[in-house]
Design a protein around this ligand. Structure first.
Ligand code: MD3
Ligand code: FE
Length: 217
């Protein structure tokens, strides 16, 4: 039965409230476009390869990163920032694929943030053991724009804290195809990824990819 004939919404795989105001989990939102998204991802990282960047404190990150879109997030000994140029290739970052833009804008809209204009997509690659320690995303100019994250491959434990580093963190399991949106009062909440558990994903093997879409300004 097509419920839309009755003017009803289809059963939405949304859980807007489990993470609090401004945060939404769109479970499986990327599944219908996973092939296009993965194909586009491979093309981006052929142009700007994954690399393990160094933090201002001198530690090499366990998560390998690349970017697409006008701006890319980078870190080195001098700090964290967005740049128009990939320091590895000395070329602009690859264009943001249409499939990337479409899913980011659609997810933001679904979560209540119409008019999202992503100009940066940070691509994270996790191998077993890789982690991202608790942090805020605050190198962007406009905190009224949300961040959209698309998870692919191995499952991960997402750590979700509060507005202060000391606030209690919750652990949430994220799986292949899940899309998370963070805006409004959730935009500056601390978050991270626990060390990735080893496993085998049917398409991607022992890897997790995460695409985070931002308006970096
Ligand atoms: C909550 N990436 O790249 S995405 C990052 O799965 C990052 O690779 C993680 O944190 C990953 O900066 C988590 C989810 C995410 C992204 C931004 C947020 C959650 C957020 C901003 C505010 C609050
Ligand atoms: Fe982050």
């Amino acid at each position: 039965m097509n419920t839309s004939l009755f003017g009803m919404e289809p059963p939405a795989p949304l859980s807007r409230d489990i993470l609090g105001a401004g945060a939404a989990v769109l479970a499986g939102f990327a599944l219908s476009v996973e092939d296009e998204v993965l194909c586009a991802l491979m093309s981006v990282v052929e142009q700007s390869p994954f690399r393990n960047m160094v933090t201002p404190g001198g530690f090499r990150m366990s998560v390998a990163m690349s970017n697409c879109g006008a701006l890319g997030w980078i870190t080195d000994r001098t700090g964290y920032r967005y740049d128009l140029i990939d320091p590895e290739t000395n070329c602009p970052w690859p264009n943001m694929p249409t499939a990337f833009q479409k899913i980011a804008v659609a997810a933001a809209e679904e979560a209540g943030f119409p008019g999202f204009v992503p100009d940066a997509c940070l691509i994270n690659r996790y191998e077993p053991g890789a982690r991202l320690s608790l942090h805020q995303d605050k190198n962007e100019r406009d905190f009224t724009q949300p961040i959209v994250s698309v998870s692919l491959g191995l499952p991960a434990t997402f750590l979700f804290g509060g507005l202060e580093r000391e606030d209690k963190t919750r652990r949430i399991q994220i799986v292949h195809g899940d899309v998370l949106v963070w805006g409004g009062p959730a935009r500056l909440r601390y978050h991270g990824i626990a060390p990735l558990r080893d496993g085998e994903h049917p398409q991607l093997g022992r890897i997790r990819y995460n695409l985070t879409f931002r308006n970096a300004g």
